[in-house]
Design a protein around this ligand. Structure first.
Ligand code: IMP
Ligand code: MG
Length: 191
């Protein structure tokens, strides 16, 4: 998908959800997101003709995307969540990821689809995938709403991508800035 960045005048005055923060532009509006999520649901439905499918949402950023996405997947599935926490210095590549909430459902023998809000450096993802692959799933893939395509050494390709994202700081539709703006129905880049 091409980057769809429409120049829209700052919405801070129009949208009370923004607390007066100026938004540079709306990167993806609600309509665009909704039709892309429907396409992703169709692609995922087709990709898993059989077997048990467990959709694993990485909290918190994926919560809105996941809830819309699973309703567009037309086959049986289960939903669970992961909460990951970096310890050590998260900016250092030798740092590691710890699961603060570990899925209660068993992963063994199931198709696991890890759902992420956005892939940036890809570090979070790589470490989680290492960890999940040790649990003998039947398959292990990633679905990310947004992909910045800035990571140089992604060890796990993202099979399903909603949109190629501009290399800007994005908020809304689950993505936050200091826990704010997750509830925006569109995705915007902050000034
Ligand atoms: P990575 O490990 O660098 O790929 O970081 C991925 C995580 O960083 C995502 O799951 C987001 O929580 C956060 N993140 C990265 N880029 C953005 C952004 O533009 N807006 C909001 N959160 C972001
Ligand atoms: Mg975040």
């Amino acid at each position: 998908m091409p980057v769809n960045v429409s120049a829209v005048k700052p919405r801070s005055l129009e949208d009370p959800r923004l607390e007066g923060r100026a938004v540079k532009r709306i990167a993806f509006d609600a309509q665009t997101i909704s039709s892309r999520v429907r396409e992703l649901g169709d692609a995922i439905t087709e990709a898993y003709p059989d077997g048990d499918l467990l959709v694993l949402g990485l909290l918190k950023g994926s919560f809105i995307f996941l809830s819309d996405l699973v309703r567009q997947i037309h086959r049986p599935l289960q939903v669970d969540f992961l909460v990951a926490s970096s310890y050590g210095d998260a900016m250092v590549s030798s740092g590691s990821v710890r699961l603060v909430y570990d899925p209660e459902t068993t992963l063994e023998g199931k198709h696991i689809l890890l759902v992420e809000d956005i892939v940036d450096s890809g570090r979070t993802l790589s470490r989680l995938m290492d960890l999940l692959s040790e649990r003998s799933p039947r398959s292990l893939e990633v679905c990310a709403l947004l992909h910045k395509h800035v990571a140089e050494h992604l060890r796990y390709p993202t099979k399903f991508v909603g949109f190629d994202a501009p290399n800007e700081f994005l908020v809304g539709y689950g993505l936050d800035h200091a826990e704010n703006f997750r509830h925006l129905p569109y995705i915007a880049s902050l000034q």
